[in-house]
Ligand binder design. Structure first.
Ligand SMILES: Nc1ncnc2c1ncn2[C@@H]1O[C@H](COP(=O)(O)OP(=O)(O)OP(=O)(O)O)[C@@H](O)[C@H]1O
Length: 292
């Protein structure tokens, strides 16, 4: 039976495994990514994020079944690349290249690049065609990168730590523009990052990866229903603990924040104030012991 047949899914991965000589980077992991979503692939250093992206892009051999946009990345990489845009790091443009040459380069290598669209984006910035990257501020480099990316009509955009090295203003600007000027329901965006707080408001889905396995895979609204954080009063701590929180941390004045997975909110409200945990706190709780 072919288990990799669902056209609705942009990525279908079954028992994905990748071992380097002494390290298992992907450990028989299975997941799907649906179209029209913005997925955060989030995990600590060495968890396997880049390896998973490389497998999806046909850049590394692996074991298991994998289809991306219906193509097998191992044997149909050229077809796949026509519909995918991949960016490793916005800070990688060569410093000597001129704005116009960067546009020429992408136009030459990407069949779905729309030069007029790119130039329209740039017309709203201070960038000039003859400027070299080394003459641009970091923010202007981001604008150039965004213009190049947003002019590519790719079904799947893969961003690996896209804002590494940029300050918080440009990081926020990058994600906001991506959401407002690029994303629509025909497109899928996969982002890996450590900057959980900056992406959580634009994600539709989150995937946590730990030691080569996807350990949480959920739409953001389901995360809010499944996980509850409670600010537990000191006199209720033992009662709350009896419901097996997945994590707890002390606050001043005897209060404790406890994080519950799958415990109905109604049963928790008596212990103290409840709220939806931020993705960063959920990440820390889920990854506890990773470096032990
Ligand atoms: N070319 C390689 N040769 C040997 N081991 C590798 C190679 N590439 C990755 N690894 C190992 O595979 C594991 C997963 O690495 P990967 O780069 O996928 O992690 P990551 O989640 O992207 O990490 P980071 O957030 O630090 O970039 C790590 O233990 C890493 O040391």
């Amino acid at each position: 039976m072919n288990t990799v047949a669902n056209a609705e899914q942009v990525v279908v991965a079954r028992n994905l495994r990748k071992a380097y000589r002494t390290t298992v980077a992907l450990d028989n992991t299975t997941f799907d990514i649906a179209g029209g979503r913005i997925i955060g692939l989030i995990g600590p250093n060495g968890a396997g994020k880049t390896t998973a992206l490389k497998a999806m892009l046909g850049l590394t051999p692996f074991d298991g079944e994998l289809k991306v946009l219906g193509y097998d990345p191992r044997t149909q990489r050229d077809e796949l690349m026509n519909e995918v845009c991949f960016i490793a790091d916005v800070a990688v443009l060569p410093r000597w290249i001129r704005v116009k040459e960067a546009i020429d380069f992408v136009a030459g290598v990407h069949p779905r690049f729309d030069r007029a669209r790119c130039e329209r984006f740039l017309a709203n910035t201070q960038l000039k065609p003859r400027q070299r990257v080394r003459e641009l501020s970091k923010g202007m480099i981001v604008q150039l990168h965004l213009a190049l990316v947003m002019a590519i009509d790719a079904k799947l955009l893969v961003l690996d730590e896209p804002t590494l090295g940029l300050d918080i203003l440009y990081r926020k600007q990058f994600y906001q523009r991506l959401l407002e000027d690029y994303f629509d329901e025909q497109k899928t965006i996969i982002i890996t990052t450590h900057q959980v707080e900056e992406v959580e408001h634009i994600l539709t889905d989150v995937m946590f990866i730990r030691a080569g396995k996807i350990v949480l895979d959920a739409p953001m609204d389901a995360v809010g229903e499944r996980f509850v954080e409670v600010l537990v009063n000191a006199d209720q701590a033992d009662n709350a603990r009896a419901l097996a929180p997945i994590d707890e941390r002390a606050l001043p004045f005897g209060k404790t924040v406890m994080l519950f997975d799958g415990v109905p909110q109604a049963g928790l409200a008596g212990f103290g104030e409840t709220r939806t945990p931020g993705l960063a706190d959920l990440f820390v709780a889920t990854m506890k012991g990773t470096y032990a």
